[in-house]
Design a binder for this molecule. Sequence first.
Ligand code: HEM
Length: 211
Amino acid sequence: MVSSTPLTHSSGHSRFKTVLWLSLGFTALFVFITSEALLVTDYPMYHAYRLQVIADRHLLIPHALSGLIALLAGPIQFSSRLRQRHLKFHRVLGRTYVISVFIGAFTGIALAAGRPGLPGTSMQAAAWIVCTTAAVITARNRQIVQHRQWMARSYAVTFTFVSSRVLNLWPRYWSHLGDALAAVGVIAFTLVSLLVVDIGLNWRELTTRRA
Ligand code: HEM
């Protein structure tokens, strides 16, 4: 009985991880189809935004590419098996993730410069940079538990690209939000993402009482 507890816990944990990554993957796929593919094919509701995206292409191409690298690197970096077997690859991909986050954040701010979305984007970019920098520092200090926690927070901000677009097809969300609410929305998505991760990281402490 005693020896089965950790085994049950670890198999439950890995099942949870699988379900979590599958859910995130399907949500990302849904958003890429309903936002990005429809933007490319000139879906009428997105037409005005499409013109803006085309005008911004010089900043948007490095921004979207670096964001995509960060988004795809996440699930690979969180794989315990891959980390244990290929530590060097984990380090190389980790550096690529960090560079991508910095490029994504600064090009994101540049894209929003002079527009009403600047305060929201700046907060989002600041959270992205702070969490990623803390993950780098804790890795350098060999504080591996904290490194994983900061990486989870950093990836939560990376994932706001997806979560903030889930409702895009809903016309009321897309066109009636207004500039101020849209900026508040970006900050809210960032804050909620970070809170959800922190609740997850403290789940055991929140649900079990110490003997
Ligand atoms: C997974 C990470 C990310 C990816 C793949 C990504 C990709 C893109 C793409 C493809 C666009 C243009 C099409 C669209 O809006 O759907 C875009 C727009 C934009 N992104 Fe990102 N992005 C990411 C994260 C971020 C983050 C964290 C920020 C904040 C610093 C940000 C700031 C912006 C801004 C300001 C725009 C222009 C929005 C507008 O003009 O209304 N992005 N991004």
